[in-house]
Write a protein of this length. Structure first.
Length: 336
């Protein structure tokens, strides 16, 4: 079983866990290699490049896609992005730059059809960076889970929240229409994803700079019972790559990391995007490998990860295009 924690791990505990993990990965070395790079019997090889689904699409603002999620009960797609610069909202003394919006944690939430057409939006002030999001489906209107309460020094959330989509609304971090949660006091870089099938919530957070995953029963979490089913270190954090998305499906956590093409990540290298999956009950990786999906995109920055239950596929997002004319594309891989 994965380690249970009711309090945030201390630096000493985190270092101890890292040492145990390192020791375990060497016993035996052959088994460890098979577990982290191979494919388990009966499951597809996720190292295969993804298949294009939606390509070259725009969001409401000209900034990059940060994360996305499917609302299959209502046949739509939600996507988060940091607000663009030059916008002055009611109550603001002046327009703010994109850098200021990022520092403040101001987001644009887009609603799209499953063909990629924009059908609505909300603005979220003071929420965070938008690294992941979840949908709690309901016949009378789904509720969205998102990063919340941006830290003034970083723009990343210190908690998560739940709210209903309201087209055209501006929601602030203190809005009466949202429910706010601080499952790990003192943490930052909080974001959430949901598994609608198992009714569980996946939280990513950082304590003392160390990123971790925690899995919760959704009903208990919503009732503010923050005892996790499991809490484990984020895989591959030592690589130093930007975290770009996560998804929860049954016992499996999927993770996307990497950056766009640039001086330290040339096109000739096929990019540094990495996709991994880990069993949250045991903390054991199933697969961890470079992802070669859509190497032709420019600058091909991985942005967002989501599972679609109806077709049992894992969807990866990529940003492309020059600043000011950003577009996004979604690709998918078979899960079953």
């Amino acid at each position: 079983m994965a380690r249970f924690t009711h309090q945030p791990p201390t630096r000493r505990n985190a270092l101890g866990l890292a040492a145990l993990a390192a020791l375990g990965s060497k016993l035996p070395a052959a088994a460890a290699r098979a577990e982290t790079t191979g494919t388990r019997q009966g499951t597809p090889d996720l190292a295969t490049p993804g298949t294009s689904w939606l390509t070259g699409l725009r969001l409401r603002h000209c900034t990059v896609l940060q994360s996305f999620v499917f609302d299959e009960a209502h046949g739509c797609l939600y996507a988060l992005q940091v607000m663009q610069g030059g916008i002055r909202l009611p109550g603001e003394s002046r327009p703010h730059t994109h850098a200021e919006r990022a520092r403040h944690g101001d987001l644009c939430l887009n609603r799209l059809s499953l063909r990629g057409a924009l059908t609505g939006y909300m603005l979220l002030k003071g929420f965070g960076h938008g690294g992941a999001m979840g949908v709690e489906e309901h016949p009378r209107g789904s509720r969205l889970w998102a990063e919340w309460d941006a830290h003034p020094a970083s723009g990343y959330g210190r908690g998560i929240c739940r709210f209903r989509f309201a087209n055209g609304d501006i929601l602030t971090r203190a809005g009466a229409s949202l429910a706010a949660y601080r499952p790990v006091p003192g943490s930052t870089s909080n974001c959430a994803a949901l598994d609608q099938g198992s009714r569980r919530l996946l939280l990513r957070y950082k304590v003392e700079g160390a990123p971790r995953f925690a899995v919760y029963d959704l009903a208990r979490f919503a009732a503010r019972d923050f005892r996790p089913l499991a809490d484990l270190a984020q895989p591959d954090a030592h690589l130093g790559l930007p975290f770009q998305g996560m998804a929860l499906d049954g016992d499996t956590v999927y993770q996307l990391m990497g950056s766009g093409y640039g001086p330290g990540n040339p096109v000739t290298s096929d990019g540094n995007t990495r996709l991994a999956r880990v069993n949250w009950r045991t903390g054991t990786p199933y697969q961890d490998f470079p992802d070669r999906t859509a190497p032709h995109l420019d600058p091909r920055e991985p942005e967002g990860l989501a599972v679609r239950r109806s077709d049992r596929r894992l969807y990866l997002g990529f940003a492309e295009g020059a600043p000011g004319v950003r577009r996004f594309s979604l690709y998918s891989k078979r899960l079953d």
